[in-house]
Write a protein that binds this ligand. Sequence first.
Ligand code: G3D
Ligand code: MG
Length: 206
Amino acid sequence: MATRKKVLLKVIILGDSGVGKTSLMGQFVSHRFSNQYKATIGADFLTKEVQIDDRLVTMQIWDTAGQERFQSLGVAFYRGADCCVLVYDVTSANSFNSLDSWRDEFLIQAGPRDPENFPFVVIGNKVDLDNRAIQARKAQNWCTDKSNVPYFETSAKEGINVEKAFETVARNALAREKDIDSTPDFPAPIPLIPNSRPTQPNECPC
Ligand code: G3D
Ligand code: MG
């Protein structure tokens, strides 16, 4: 079997403070749900290797360190993202209403080439709680309107659906990776024009 190149995917997680972004990442990367874990994370990333069909993929997942309260995450956070996970809390209507501005912010800051088809995944988290404020259908409609973004309902606390959501993140980012391979980011290089300066009398003509 031919060796395929290793793939590194940058995934960023956005959403209002408190929706469970850090908890989702902790649950996915190390199957843990704890406060201690959260405290150790800065505006940084964790990696996890996943197998997608016959490909080994390293997911580099970027979390925020609370600056999302001010929507000031800095351009390095967004740069080169292959997938953007938008998270809201199913018990908080405000966090659902913020999805639009998070999506807009991402598109402005990351500036993907094909914004309409950029791979987003939406997660409605905290389904273990019984005081739901947003019905699944409402969130699903929002996602359908935005070029059919995949939608998952999860509980980072109980580990419900987290793996499945991130697998879709990897698959969709990988599909885009294939597009990138066949579409150069930059125009073809301009061929160098040979120096047309005539050779001087004492200069080697080679
Ligand atoms: P953030 O990174 O988006 O700011 P956190 O969110 O991961 O820090 O989580 C915010 C609070 O929500 C935490 O509670 C966390 O334990 C809780 N939380 C996260 N995911 C879930 C979930 O799936 N179910 C429930 N019930 N709670 C969740 P505290 O009390 O530490 O603020
Ligand atoms: Mg956090």
